[in-house]
Design a protein around this ligand. Sequence first.
Ligand SMILES: Cc1cc2nc3c(=O)[nH]c(=O)nc-3n(C[C@H](O)[C@H](O)[C@H](O)COP(=O)(O)OP(=O)(O)OC[C@H]3O[C@@H](n4cnc5c(N)ncnc54)[C@H](O)[C@@H]3O)c2cc1C
Length: 601
Amino acid sequence: TPEEVHYYEKLINSEVTKALQYELPKDAKEYQPQDKVPRDFGSFDFVIVGAGSTGSVIASRLSEIGKWKILLLEAGQYPNNFTMIPRYFAISAFSEYNWGFKSTPQKTACLGAVENRCLVHRGKGVGGTSLINELVYSRGNINDYNRLSKLLADPSWDYEHVLPYFKKSENFHKNNPNAPADLEFHGTNGYLNTNYHLPPSNYTDIFLKANRELGINITDYNGLNEEGATILQINTKHGKRLDEASAFIAPVMGRSNLVISVESYVNKIEFDKHTKEAIAVIFTKHNRTYRVKAKKEIIMSTGTISTPPLLMLSGIGPKKHLDSIGIPVISDLEVGSSLREHVFCGVQFSSNTSYPSQSLQEQIKQYLSGYGDLTASNPIDGAGWYRTTIERKGSPDIEMVMSSSTPSELGKKFLGWDDETWSALFNITIPNPFTLTPVLLHSQSTGRVRLQSNDPYQFPVIDYNLLSDSNNLDIDSLYEGIQMALNLTETEAFQRIGAKLEVRQLPACTDYEFLTKNYWYCYIRQTAMAAYHPVGTCPMGPDPMKGAVVDSNLNVYGVGRLRVADASILPFTFSGHPNAVCVMIGEKISEVIKYEYGISN
Ligand SMILES: Cc1cc2nc3c(=O)[nH]c(=O)nc-3n(C[C@H](O)[C@H](O)[C@H](O)COP(=O)(O)OP(=O)(O)OC[C@H]3O[C@@H](n4cnc5c(N)ncnc54)[C@H](O)[C@@H]3O)c2cc1C
């Protein structure tokens, strides 16, 4: 109705204005309580901490068992009408739905960002990071899982065994008849709607044609063969964001055995001194402190960046580090010691084909009918998965994403560019710009997450250490990714739209001859950023002496009744985005728990 269109127009204008003025928080002091002695919040069979992509799935699945009482604790709020608009993910990132973390000043990447800090966008709210993500549904490569199961010596993590969980969660719609889809790899009865953005984009067509010219396969990257060019699958329903809470929790909100407590900031797990079993969780809500007991288990699903500080504050972490800040050690484990990330580095081009522009009202009308620009984070949904000459792990190590790229103040803010780099790259008029962005998938470099102090209301110290491997394999791979982007734009398909490289001399790179290999290496270190896919800070593995934090059933080593289930458990980055993997982890661990308690076979 015209009223609805007017409502959304007002909502969008006000959120954009708010986001432009919004300062990301510097700490979690808003959760600091006024009391000291915890009040009793009762007891539950399972306490799940964090209602993000993984925690939402676990809460939904465990509460299927009517006799189990489940508590889901979440620091943030429920999603709203604005977070539901896929196109505005970067605006939602400048609101109370983002924790607002930043990395330490970096030396080998993010050099064009303010203070050389990469922004570490992490969602806060019921839905977690899936409230602000780009909604691409991607599982990674079959070989990622086979490599994982080998490392764990546990066949339950190989692709054959995880595929049923992917299918169980998925409700796949082949709503674009031209999209490549291996239907036998997709599920159609799950909570998680997966489909294609409509209408199909002409730019995507050009991208696929260019790939075909280069002899590259067109493929369903979530099917048998990931490698090749593709049309991305996204998690939306009738054009709206389908974050994991909307998918898995909204349909079961009526269950009386599932209690969700929002605005509840967990700051500690308590253990029985003798048995070292996790028995309670301490959290603050509306300036008060509470203790809730867990009769069976506590499951930490607070994500790759927030799970390590919570474990460390509770006495689980590297002894040396905990000793240095005066936290008594319960289990000496390498928590937070191997942060891994994807790294992206965009390259701009101009063209002679304009992207059709529409009024906001028109876009809203289409959104309300379930299609159009607002229904995807990136309406150009062409992407490719390729191997460089460096790749040795049997799966693509570069993803290429095509997007439209109209420079904006919000884009600058979202990526954290400093004025100098921003002006050099974008403060120029580029006709009909588009961007090709290679993403490094198999990063060799590792970073870490540590505590600043024993104060739970301070943010963690996040050192990405991107592109820092001594053999330069990471930067070599990204350089090859850029060459792939240049090759693609030299095809007839791209030349027909007049594709032309639009890279400027960056002030920080004037020592290098423009567009030589050395120049590109400088360009990469200036403009490459963390791709918001962090994993690895509580890695699964068979041996805690070799850095593992959890076993392959996600039990934390050295203590009892405590599991970690979120992206932090992945010991290496996959050839894909992590959200669908988190959903699979949630499905899998829920089955494992039901089995261990004699509920399912
Ligand atoms: C901009 C952006 C784009 C992305 N695009 C994609 C994409 O297109 N496809 C894809 O697959 N992945 C994407 N990702 C990554 C993906 O969304 C995440 O990897 C995934 O959501 C992580 O899930 P998780 O369960 O590990 O943690 P989260 O979803 O982050 O959940 C953690 C939850 O714990 C809560 N929490 C944290 N600390 C506390 C505390 N102390 N007390 C109580 N609650 C707490 C948080 O508020 C949050 O709700 C993107 C991420 C970003 C930021």
